[in-house]
Every structure is written in structure tokens, then in C-alpha cells.
Ligand binder design. Structure first.
Ligand code: UFG
Length: 328
């Protein structure tokens, strides 16, 4: 299968490309490289293009004999969305409108869409099921929620079958160390904790230790990026087998606190994680934990690498040599 991976030069997209290639499919990356990295495109061609250019994307679909599409090209940093909402609506929403137009012109009907647990906002119940009301509390979550609504409408007329995969906290790096998380600036917990352990950039800010959680710090559901990639392949196969459109959480069902992540980083790296307690970060929910039943039922999804030690071990093995630090 020839799969157009829009945003395939980014963190999650590049891991999906690797997984596609490992099972014999060909990923064709379309990426404007605004955040992604040329060096992360290793398993097929790179079309350097913005997804909002409908005619260029339509042309690429025809030239490359594309069979199915996956979409990862989005602005993801929650704080940036609050400061620059228009850029988020443009890239995250207008980008998908353009992609759907190109798919319609090309008679392509299968789309795997990268969504997020941020569509739920502050959940009323834990673990979070897919029936939880979708009331996002930030611009990032709003844009993903609106795209899901748009996908529902378009699939309603029978020209599109999609899977919207609502990730919890993606983390880790490929087990062989080939690719990993390279955001700039980095805002995510695992790489920031590793950076502090490596002695780079000073102590990490721990955002709030006064939440109503067992140790006072926020609880999240961390899922290894390689497990996420496998779930995408299963979602694509399900669509290709003729299943109707669906939306599904991707998490492990286990909550881990920020302090527990710092402990795990200390244990994996053998180094302390210098940190200071800072005020709560705007928009952080106290706890986000996925209900995993639907992913198991629809995708047969069972995470293989998503325990904290393995996630951190792989992330450290990726980062340490790039930072010039011994990894063991
Ligand atoms: N944290 C720190 N210090 C840091 C970075 C993070 O204390 O330097 C804390 C955060 O406050 C939060 C936890 O670590 O409690 C996890 O934060 P991340 O930034 O790693 O991840 P988020 O839970 O904020 O973000 C994830 C996804 C987003 C998505 C969001 C939904 O990465 O794309 O969940 O709430 F929008």
C-alpha cells in the first residue's frame, strides 16, 4: 500500500512511516518542514509542500499513486495555541479542509486522523470513555474537535471513511534509537526531565504540586510512540477492510504522576532530576486517563512498550548521544 503521510517528518508521523515500511508498505511524506525534520524522512520520498495547497496535494496523490492518507500536520503546543489561535485554526482546520478536498478530487476515501484527548477538556469521569462530552478548554483541543465534527459531516455523505485516534500522552522513541522526539521548543515532560537529568538548561519546572491527586502532581496516561504507530496500522487496516468510520482513544489505562515520571527518570538515567516547584500551568487538567476498551475491541490494541521505564529508557537512549552524554 502507498500511504500519504501528511506531517510525516514530525515526531509521531515519522514513527508511523517507520512502522509502515517495516511491514512492507510505502510511506510518502508530505510536509512543509515548518516543524518536522528532513532527516526524519527515511522510508520513502519527501514532498516538501504545504497541505493547504489543494492543487499540489491533488497532484501528489495522483503522481504517487496513493491508496490511503494519514494526517499528522498540526500545531500541537497548547500554550502557543492560546497566544496564536489563528495560526492553529489555519494549519489544523484549514489544512484538513484542503486535504479532504484533494482526497475527494482523487477519489481517496480512507483517512487516519491524529486527534487528542484534549477534545475532552476537563473530564467528568475517569477513565475517559469515547462517550465523554467533548468540551475542549484550549485552542488546540478546539481545532481537533472541530475537525472531528467536520469528518463526521463529510463521512455522512458517503465519500469518506476515517479513524480519529485520540492520543493521550505520546512519549518515548523508537526502540532501536533511530528516531525520537525533537520539538523546538520542547514543552513535554519526559524530554524536559531527561534534559534536566543531563544537566542541560537548568532545573526543570514542575508545574504545580497542589492538585487533588495522590501526590499533588498531575496524572497522565503515557503511551509509547511505537505502540501508537502500531495502532495506526491497525486502524488503517480496519478502514481498508470496509469498516465504518470511528473515533477511538489511545492510551494504556494507567495514570502516572509527574513525580513518578521524575522518579523513573532518576532510576533509568542514574542521575538526579534537578527541578523546582512552579505555579500550575494554565489549562492543565489534574488527571487524564484513557478507557482502553474500545481500542482493544476495534483494533485489538495492546500496548507493548508503554510502561514508564521502557518509555524513558528509549527516550534516553535516543537523546543522550545527541546531547553528548553517556547513556548508561
Ligand atoms: N510538566 C511539567 N514540567 C514540564 C513539562 C510538563 O511539570 O516541563 C507537567 C505538565 O504540567 C503536565 C504533565 O507534566 O502535568 C504532562 O505535560 P506534557 O506537556 O508532557 O503533556 P500534556 O499532558 O500537557 O499534553 C498532552 C499532549 C497535548 C494535548 C494534551 C491534552 O501532548 O498534545 O495532552 O491535555 F493537548
Amino acid at each position: 500500500m502507498r500511504v500519504l503521510v501528511v506531517g510525516g517528518a514530525g515526531y509521531i508521523g515519522s514513527h508511523i512511516c517507520k512502522a509502515l515500511a517495516e511491514r512492507g508498505d510505502t510511506p510518502i511524506v508530505l510536509d512543509n518542514l515548518s516543524r518536522g525534520h528532513r532527516h526524519a524522512v527515511k522510508w520513502g520520498p519527501l514532498i516538501e509542500q504545504d497541505v493547504r495547497n489543494v492543487s499540489a496535494v491533488t497532484q501528489a496523490m495522483s503522481d504517487q499513486h496513493i491508496d490511503a492518507v494519514m494526517h499528522f500536520a498540526a500545531n500541537i503546543e497548547v500554550g502557543e495555541g492560546q497566544r496564536e489561535p489563528l495560526a492553529f485554526w489555519d494549519n489544523n482546520v484549514a489544512g484538513v479542509i484542503a486535504l479532504l478536498q484533494a482526497m475527494e478530487r482523487s477519489d481517496l476515501r480512507h483517512l487516519v486522523f491524529s486527534s487528542t484527548c484534549a477534545v475532552y477538556g476537563e473530564p467528568q469521569t475517569l477513565p475517559i470513555t469515547e462517550d465523554e462530552p467533548r468540551t475542549p478548554v484550549n485552542v488546540y483541543g478546539q481545532t481537533k474537535h472541530v475537525v472531528e465534527l467536520m469528518l463526521e459531516d463529510v463521512s455522512g455523505i458517503g465519500t469518506l471513511n476515517y479513524a480519529a485516534l485520540r492520543y493521550f500522552n505520546a512519549a518515548g522513541a523508537s526502540p532501536d534509537g533511530e528516531i525520537g522526539e525533537e520539538h523546538d521548543p520542547e514543552t513535554h515532560l519526559v524530554p524536559n526531565a531527561l534534559k534536566a537529568a543531563a544537566g542541560l538548561g537548568g532545573p526543570m519546572h514542575l508545574f504545580g504540586d497542589d492538585y487533588e491527586t495522590p501526590d499533588g502532581t498531575c496524572v497522565r496516561d503515557y503511551i509509547h510512540v511505537t505502540d501508537l504507530a502500531q495502532a495506526h496500522l491497525k486502524a488503517l487496516d480496519r478502514l481498508r477492510d470496509g469498516a465504518p468510520s470511528f473515533a477511538c482513544n489511545l492510551g494504556t489505562g494507567s495514570g502516572i504522576s509527574v513525580k513518578q515520571i521524575l522518579d523513573a527518570v532518576e532510576s533509568v538515567t542514574g542521575r538526579p532530576v534537578p527541578h523546582s516547584i512552579s505555579p500550575r500551568r494554565a489549562g492543565d487538567a489534574a488527571q487524564l486517563i484513557s478507557d482502553t476498551r474500545l481500542a482493544r475491541e476495534l483494533l485489538g490494541f495492546e500496548p507493548a512498550f508503554s510502561d514508564a521505564q521502557t518509555i524513558i529508557k528509549h527516550a534516553w537512549a535516543f537523546h543522550a548521544p545527541r546531547w553528548g552524554v553517556a547513556s548508561l
